[in-house]
Design a protein around this ligand. Structure first.
Ligand SMILES: [Zn+2]
Ligand SMILES: [Zn+2]
Length: 723
């Protein structure tokens, strides 16, 4: 009998450790255990010793015994392989990946009740501004004292005071209440012939219960969701679990509604906005196999599904699937790996598949299932460019006369319009008219963005905020500050001036910050209470508004200015997605794209509808440059509060770079975001051929190097951000 257990503890700073297994404990690889570490006890998972080397070998006589074994199903071998693969590929500590699998520490303990709090509607006699703010914001919400305090942006003490005053009351929540079971036959849709064919391919793959990466490709409005819902239904009939990954939390609510209409109840949701009790209940139901369909953000990928049968990645082209801190993984790639280890089909659904995905199809590694037309005979919208050098907006305005005319016509017909600008706030830059002073964030290489709705200047990188000062801090001149360039708030102002009677809504992460807010927006759109929406990329996400017939892209050149390798592709995807919001019902849609460069390949491809030749040209350019998917990048980012220290460390790393065939190292150089959250940043970029095991090279390169504790070195494998 095995007396020793290697345990991967939930602490990224220490490697796996060995423990003694006493007779009373029954453990196997994957068992979730409690182990002593110094004076404390820590959760961890038992691992195959040969797969997880330990650098702290301890003799049998000195082993400490395990403190306990949780009464939970062990993590399955496929998930353990996924954790190893992710740690290896993204050069992350295995414990940091394991933490995502055991994402709810409180869920490890057995079922019990949790006391949450909610507003009673009673207003206390003594109403301080803080209390008033708290009551306003927690209305209709429920949660722990700490959770309510966070929502209300007040201290725990304010919430407790309100509990004492009777304005907030405790509620007992049973955290192990079962979830409703989705019914695959609740409301079976009438599919078109093309949809039925695609659905049959997916359901066959689910039935076969084997690894199969399938790309579900279809124009916006072609009914991809209805098609993959049939695969979900098949998994339900087989009694297996499904995971649906969505890129944005704001998308969840409209999705949940559609899901409930099809299957008769909501799926289990998993995202960062969950309360602790919800998180715990979801985790336990996923681990027990009771949660049959989970819809979640990328972190749902690592949860311990007991019997997974299907993975779907919706809007698979979305760059927000890339995690930019902690373990820097790409959820689309990890989803395919999970499917591989679990032996289940993975469906990547999108109208604008990523070039990386298209390449896998071209190589025959992924199967492609196409939906050619829009569902129900709805036509694709008519896309035209507005040449801003000819059709100029008035001074200080941003909407060209022909776009204004189109908005007027749409309003007169009682239909809805959407103006798209991927920039939050009122203006991206504020400067002093008198001396030219520009407002920069004290912590970052970034301008402070003016937000008029909240009357403040904000840094979009670190969250630093300040009230807009009356006088210029440089020359002390009063009322000399001018806003430069537009954000969505400024466009909304222009709309209000042009159409004083139109009902408008601004949709950004500032206004749609919770699923409830997103649901409210959808209801108002569906109810015809909004005429003109002004929004960022948040409105390009999966919404379906039949009465929305006009889309205006305010600045199509914006996305191209950043200039990283995916800029053109991303612009194309974004504009194609936002264009896809127009004319999804019986009425035809129209899209007007404002640009200074109507001859740019991106714009020409959008106007002509010839996506294939655009993709072909982009793919060829990547091939010539040896860029992904034909070559690989890895970024090494060195940061420190001291600029000299960051530069010196980066230089030392650069000097130690090995000479390896098929690999080139660029830099170090100050990052474009040279300062972020008060830390100076230097970057090195590794460019390697596909054949090279670049992770191995980097491990051997950085492994022996040492740097001060005040320096942080992170490696971003397959980076999406080049800032
Ligand atoms: Zn000034
Ligand atoms: Zn900042």
């Amino acid at each position: 009998m095995n007396k020793r257990a290697r345990v991967l503890l939930l602490n990224a700073a220490i490697g796996p450790l060995d423990y003694r297994i006493d007779a009373e404990h029954d453990v196997q690889p994957g068992s979730i255990v409690l182990a002593p570490l110094g004076p404390r006890q820590l959760a961890g998972v038992v691992w195959e010793a040969e797969r997880m080397p330990s650098d702290a070998e301890v003799g049998d006589n000195r082993l400490r015994p395990l403190a306990g074994v949780y009464d939970l199903p062990p993590l399955g071998a496929p998930l353990r392989r996924l954790i190893e693969w992710t740690a290896d590929y993204y050069l992350a500590p295995p414990a940091a990946v394991l933490r995502m699998a055991l994402a709810s520490a409180s869920a490890l303990d057995g079922g019990r009740t949790i006391t949450e709090y909610r507003a009673t509607g009673h207003v206390p006699d003594r109403l301080t501004p803080q209390r008033a703010q708290a009551l306003e914001r927690v209305e209709g919400r429920q949660g722990l004292v700490r959770e309510l305090a966070t929502i209300a942006d007040v201290s725990d003490g304010v919430i407790r005071g309100l509990v004492k005053a009777g304005a907030i009351e405790p509620v007992e929540v049973r955290v192990d209440d079962p979830f409703p079971i989705p019914d695959p036959d609740h409301a079976r849709p009438a599919l078109s012939e093309a949809q039925a064919e695609a659905a049959a391919r997916l359901t066959n793959a689910v039935e076969a219960h084997k690894f199969a990466p399938i790309v579900l490709d279809g124009v916006t409005g072609s009914g991809k969701t209805e098609v993959y819902f049939e695969a979900v239904a098949e998994a339900l009939r087989c009694g297996r679990q499904t995971l649906v990954l969505l890129p944005e939390i704001a998308l969840t609510e409209p999705f949940l509604k559609r899901f409930a209409e099809r299957f008769g109840c909501a799926p289990v949701a998993w995202h960062s906005d969950l309360r602790q009790s919800q998180r715990r209940r979801a985790w336990r139901a996923i681990a027990s196999g009771e949660a049959l369909v989970t819809v979640g953000a990328r972190s749902a990928l690592f949860l311990p599904y007991r019997d997974l049968g299907l993975i779907i990645v919706d809007e698979a082209h979305e760059t927000s699937f890339k995690q930019e801190d902690g373990v820097m993984y790409h959820a689309r790639d990890v989803a395919v790996m999970r499917g591989h280890f679990e032996g289940v089909p993975v469906v990547l659904a999108s109208a604008t598949q990523a070039i990386e995905t298209r390449q896998q199809v071209a190589l025959g590694r992924y199967e492609e299932v196409r939906l050619p037309a829009r569902f129900g005979g709805a036509a694709l919208p008519d896309i035209a460019a507005i040449d801003l050098t000819q059709d100029r907006p008035d001074r200080g305005r941003w909407l060209a006369p022909s776009l204004v005319t189109a908005l007027t016509e749409t309003l007169e017909r009682g239909e809805q319009s959407l103006l798209f600008l991927n920039r939050r706030g009122y203006a991206p830059l504020t400067l002093c008219r008198h001396c030219g002073h520009r407002f920069q964030c004290p912590n970052c290489t970034a301008w402070m963005v003016e937000h008029r709705l909240t009357a403040r200047l904000a840094c979009h990188h670190c969250g630093h905020v300040m009230p807009p000062p009356r006088a210029c801090p440089e020359c002390k001149e009063e009322d000399a500050l001018v806003a430069c360039g537009p954000g969505v708030e400024r466009i909304a102002d222009e709309v209000a001036l042009l159409f004083p009677d139109a009902r408008t809504a601004i949709v950004t992460s500032d206004t749609l910050w919770s699923p409830a807010k997103a649901a409210e927006f959808v209801n108002r759109m569906d109810g015809g209470e909004i005429d003109i929406v002004v929004g960022t990329q948040l409105v390009t996400k999966g919404y379906h508004f039949p009465n929305l017939t006009l889309v205006g892209v305010v600045d199509a050149d914006l996305g191209l200015s950043g200039g990283d390798l995916r800029a053109a592709e991303r612009s194309f995807q974004q504009i194609a997605q936002v264009a896809g919001r127009a004319g999804r019902g019986a009425k035809p849609g129209r899209v007007l794209v404002q640009t200074h460069e109507p001859a740019a390949p991106v714009i020409e491809a959008l106007v002509s509808g010839d996506a294939e030749s655009f993709y072909a040209a982009e793919t060829e350019a990547r091939r010539m440059a040896g860029a992904p998917p034909f070559g690989r990048f890895a970024a090494i980012i060195v940061s420190s509060e001291s600029g000299e220290e960051a530069a010196a460390t980066a230089k030392a790393i650069g000097r130690a770079a090995p000479r390896v065939e098929g690999m080139q190292v660029y830099g170090p150089a100050p990052a474009p975001l040279a300062m972020l959250r008060g830390r100076h940043r230097q970057r090195l970029l590794v460019h390697a051929s596909r054949a090279l095991d670049v992770q191995d090279v980097i491990r051997e390169w950085l492994g022996p190097l040492e740097w001060r504790r005040s320096v942080r070195v992170t490696v971003d494998v397959d980076p999406y951000s080049f800032l």
